[in-house]
Design a protein around this ligand. Structure first.
Ligand code: NAP
Length: 243
């Protein structure tokens, strides 16, 4: 049975992506989350409502020992299943001007985004390499494309994800594994709920924030057979704010 692991799938973009992958591709969904089990269970309920299935996998993406323990145990208990799709979505922001940024805010944002990508991808890619197939989609951001004032840590983390995507894509293309990134602009979620949409939307040519579902459709396409020749790409989804 083919499965998709979506990190940070308890809420926001991750939840929408998990639901869409189940709906579009009939994948069994592994819903990773950090601490919000109730929200993760709601994601699973939504998947089941549409006739899909999956399970919860709790781990903190930034801690390699934890990632390996949970994923290796799951794999040992599920030899009939293959994680053919990985979406590295877990991420946080800790915004502030660089000159006053606490070291911890730099480290937390970098570790969850970039170390998290390393930890989870290195574990999952081994089986993809052996099976000679796989889809990896990394959730970057417009901040990683253009750099955003007040988000030096987040821009650095997302920029690193974009470069890692391009490099890894070249390493594994021969094994028919594609690695792409998606770079959303402002998308309505818990991460952006405290922002002033009325003010910010004036900068967005589409004049609105995006929806998690809209990002999910793009990710789902990149995970499909139709996207077999797209790799090492970064796709912007930002209502025209930057390209
Ligand atoms: P969100 O609503 O704040 O959700 C974050 C998700 O990540 C939650 O499921 C959370 O789990 C999980 N998470 C956080 N730290 C984790 C950790 N250490 N280990 C495992 N899971 C962890 O955020 P979102 O807006 O959906 O963002 C999702 C991704 O899209 C992020 O990478 C973000 O940078 C990117 N993005 C978002 C926007 C936007 O406008 N929203 C724009 C560009 C890019 P818990 O529920 O357990 O806390």
């Amino acid at each position: 049975m083919s499965c998709a692991l979506v990190t940070g799938a308890s809420r926001g973009l991750g939840r929408a992506i998990a639901v869409q992958l189940a709906k579009d591709h009939g994948l069994y969904i592994l819903i990773n989350y950090s601490s919000n089990q109730t929200a993760a269970e709601e994601t699973l309920e939504e998947i089941r409502k549409d006739g899909g299935d999956g399970e919860l996998l709790q781990f903190n993406v930034q801690t390699k020992s934890e990632v390996d323990e949970v994923l290796n145990t799951w794999k040992a208990n599920n030899e009939d299943k293959f994680i053919s799709v990985l979406v590295n979505n877990a991420g946080i922001t800790k915004d502030g001007l660089f000159m006053w940024m606490p070291e911890k805010d730099w480290d937390d944002v970098m570790n969850i985004s970039t170390k998290g990508l390393f930890n989870v991808t290195q574990n999952i890619i081994q089986q993809m390499l052996r099976k000679r197939s796989g889809r990896i989609v990394n959730i970057a951001s417009v901040s990683g494309m253009k750099g955003v004032a007040g988000q030096t840590n987040y821009s650095a983390a997302k920029g690193a994800i974009i470069s890692a995507t391009k490099a890894l894509a070249q390493e594994v293309a021969k094994r028919k594994i594609t690695v792409n990134a998606v770079a959303p602009g402002f998308i309505a979620s818990d991460m952006t709920k405290d922002l002033n949409e009325d003010e910010l939307k004036q900068m967005i040519p589409m004049n609105r924030f995006g929806k998690a579902d809209e990002v999910a459709h793009l990710v789902s396409f990149l995970c499909s057979d139709k996207a077999a020749y797209i790799t090492g790409e970064v796709v912007n989804i930002n209502g025209g704010i930057y390209s």
